[in-house]
Write a protein that binds this ligand. Structure first.
Ligand SMILES: NC(=O)c1ccc[n+]([C@@H]2O[C@H](COP(=O)([O-])OP(=O)(O)OC[C@H]3O[C@@H](n4cnc5c(N)ncnc54)[C@H](O)[C@@H]3O)[C@@H](O)[C@H]2O)c1
Length: 706
């Protein structure tokens, strides 16, 4: 069965409908592209056709792009280049049809789908919030290879085109019209009628050419003048490098594709674009990013949706996390009751939530009505009034077991029988907390990451007595909230903080041995971490890190003994960003350079002479994470390496281009990992001793990933 159907109306308007059989969405597979090629030949020969409208028959979606599985399968440059050349040829054929063409777009129009729409002479789009254009190829480590890097700058101008191509971001209806990507915006219901009208009006007229939108004065001059245009490229490259530190080749290649095409003409531009696509598609970085894409998709899908209905949630503790959690629940339509110990603290929780709503409104993620209605769904109290309605309560009170047990008991005294109790604790035992409960099977960990509105991960922690119904209810809710749940078993620091803390601690150890804050942070940033270890410690709070370190020490023993520096700083009142005293200097919200007074708190004077190379900095910090990750698998905190990798990427931003911590370990080779751990253990002690599971895996020639 063909993916395309067409009909020609009495006025000679051909309406081509794409509806990929047995798929929820339209994808441009090699086969679909082949069918399109044949169809275009047929249509070109039909003399009665005056104009053409291209549409999708999938509910709420135009075309989501090329087939990612096919991109993943590309192993040789030539193969990638050939696929791109063929795609370019087919879209050029579409562009050169002897009659006007209109893309009628409703829903996502992504990647190859957007390149198809660009090859049409006009784009008529619906004003539905789901309608969005994007060229997200760079997020998969490749570039738009069906002519996108050539057509887009010619349609939108250089600055707007680079903004889309280099970031992969989505553009929604009103902006699409403003920048000239869409010609007409209409209601979904009238989309086809208006697209047909547009096609009729275009009959006999030349294809519109050149940049469609008005651009502001400096932009127009800068990119229009060959002498100043290099400045636009220079700025774009600078932004890419500062965001990626050169770790991601795709945006730089895409920049090259745009620049080359504009200076050498379309024919050479297409050739260069296809060549670059072939090169990028074979890189390990692209393969890693594609694996991550699949993992993200898999985590979004609910294998066993829970029937438990959660429409009213209580939040205990209206601090940094409580305020953020209340906002998230309310934005997603839940009614929320927040409780704290006094009205000032409740007020602070409201302010946190209101500020997030405001930010999201300004960014256009929410409209003013959605933001106001969201905030209206939150109420506050200093007692448990109203908590008897809650289907779920999430506690985010201070990290203290006695206080957490007390609020659990208080809540249960007023709660509905089936209400769930979730703790946002970073490290305290869920099993131990549940000892205070009359119904421990309804007690679970729901560990959000800071800031709640941005971080995609929720660690769902299964205590010894937590029921599977409770775990599944929290996982389903997390997905409804737009988060990615990873289910882990209870244990000190659960999964993410247990692996993160040895890394942060090692950074402090290196400081004690004469390293510097700048050098260590810069090196870890260059490795690909989203921020250096000391900056992260300041963000988390040195007080919090100190507490979590102690909990890990109690639970896991001497091998995770914290550096004396963290304790010393905590005792001197260095809590990090929250009180403006940390590894860095703060002036209000502004962060300055490192705070050198930290060096005076080293428990032993720095040796100074021991110059640590960048390789050693990365090795020591990352090898300890690999060791802890191996132990987490051994102890069944989690049972799948890919889920462990996902938790670290989505929870702490472990560099996505490396594909995950355990993929990185496999890439190094487990024998090498062990050799390095042994060498460091001779030098620095037992914290580096390789775990038994790692030794036996290496001996058996196994990897984390099969
Ligand atoms: N801050 C983070 O980065 C982060 C990340 C993940 C998890 N957590 C966890 O979230 C929890 C809260 O952390 P936070 O950073 O929001 O702390 P916070 O200090 O900002 O807020 C804690 C709030 O709890 C309130 N509180 C104390 N006793 C209470 C009681 N009996 N009833 C109601 N409220 C009470 C306090 O008044 C305060 O407003 C902790 O368990 C922490 O480990 C924190």
């Amino acid at each position: 069965m063909s993916a395309f159907q067409y009909e020609i109306d009495k006025d000679g308007i051909a309406i081509v409908t794409l509806d990929l059989p047995n798929e929820k969405v339209n994808k441009l597979t090699v086969q679909v592209m082949g069918e399109l090629n044949t169809l275009l030949d047929t249509l070109a020969a039909r003399k009665e056709i005056k104009a053409l409208v291209f549409r999708s028959n999938k509910a709420g979606s135009f075309i989501v792009g090329a087939d990612i599985a096919e991109i993943q399968g590309i192993q040789e440059r030539d193969a990638g280049e050939r696929i791109a050349r063929k795609g370019q040829e087919i879209f050029s054929k579409l562009e050169s049809l002897p009659f006007p063409t209109v893309a009628a777009v409703h829903g996502p129009c992504m990647g190859g789908g957007m390149e198809l729409a660009l090859a049409c002479a006009y784009r008529v789009i619906s004003n539905d919030p789901k309608t969005a254009f994007a060229l997200p190829e760079v997020k998969l480590g490749i570039l738009p290879g069906f002519g996108g890097t050539q057509r887009l700058p010619r349609l939108l101008g250089l600055t707007n085109a680079l903004d889309l191509i280099l970031s992969g971001k989505s553009v929604y209806a009103s902006k699409a019209k403003k920048i000239g990507l869409a010609d007409v915006v209409t209601y979904p219901e009238t989309l086809l009628t208006i697209a047909v009208e547009t096609a009729k009006k275009a009959v006999g007229k030349p294809r519109p050419n050149g940049i469609r939108a008005k651009r502001p004065f400096p932009v127009k001059v800068l990119e229009g003048n060959p002498l100043t245009r290099p400045f636009v490229y220079w700025m774009a490259k600078k932004t890419v490098l500062s965001e990626t530190r050169g770790n991601y080749p795709a945006p730089l290649a895409a920049l090259d594709a745009v620049r080359y095409g504009l200076s050498h003409g379309l024919t050479a531009g297409y050739q260069n674009e296809a060549r670059l696509l072939g090169e990028l598609a074979c890189t390990e970085i692209s393969k890693n990013l594609i694996s991550l894409f699949y993992l993200n998709e898999a985590l979004k899908k609910d294998p066993h949706p829970s029937p438990v209905k959660i429409s009213f949630a209580g939040v205990l503790g209206a601090g940094v996390m409580g305020g953020g959690i209340a906002q998230l629940f309310a934005e997603k339509g839940l009614f929320v009751r927040m409780k704290d110990i006094n009205t000032k603290a409740v007020g602070a929780g409201f302010k946190t939530a209101a500020d997030i709503f405001k930010k999201r409104r300004k960014k256009g993620i929410l409209n003013p009505i959605q933001a106001r209605n969201g905030l209206d769904r939150i109420t506050g109290a200093t007692d448990y009034s109203g908590f008897n309605h809650a289907d779920l309560v999430v506690e985010a009170v201070v990290e203290n077991m006695d206080i957490k047990k007390a609020v659990l008991r208080d809540f249960e005294a007023t709660a509905k029988e089936h209400a769930l109790f979730a703790s946002n604790t970073s490290s305290l035992s869920i099993t131990e907390l549940a000892l205070a409960s009359k119904r421990p099977e309804q007690v679970v960990g729901m560990h959000f990451f800071n800031p709640v509105e941005k971080m995609p991960l929720v660690e769902v922690v299964r205590g010894k007595k937590t029921s599977e119904e409770t775990v599944s209810a929290i996982a389903t809710l997390s997905r409804k909230l737009g988060k990615l749940p990873v289910i882990v078993n209870d244990g000190p620091g659960f999964l993410v903080n247990r692996i993160l803390m040895p890394y942060l601690n090692e950074a402090a150890m290196m400081l004690e041995q004469g390293g510097t804050i700048e050098e260590i942070d810069r090196t870890l940033l260059q490795f690909g971490m989203p921020m250096g270890a000391f900056l992260l410690l300041d963000e988390i709070g040195i007080d919090v890190a100190n507490k979590v370190s102690d909990i890990l020490l109690q639970g896991l023993g001497a091998r995770v003994k914290p550096s004396g520096l963290l304790g010393a700083l905590y005792k001197k009142g260095y809590y990090g960003k929250k009180n403006g005293k940390g590894f860095y200097l703060y002036e209000g919200k502004k962060r300055n350079g490192p705070d050198t007074s930290v060096y005076q708190m080293l428990t032993a004077p720095p040796t100074g002479g021991e110059k640590m190379g960048q390789d050693e900095i990365v090795d020591r910090a990352v090898l300890l994470m690999i060791k802890e990750a191996a132990l987490c698998l051994e102890e069944k905190i989690i049972d799948r390496p890919d889920l462990l990798d996902a938790a670290l990427i989505f929870g702490i931003g472990f560099p996505p281009f490396r594909g995950g911590l355990l993929r990185y370990a496999d890439r190094l080779g487990l024998k090498i990992v062990i050799g390095k751990l042994e060498a460091y253990s001779k030098k620095y002690g037992e914290r580096f001793t390789p775990p038994a599971s790692l030794l036996s895996m290496a001996k058996a020639g196994k990897n984390f990933y099969a």
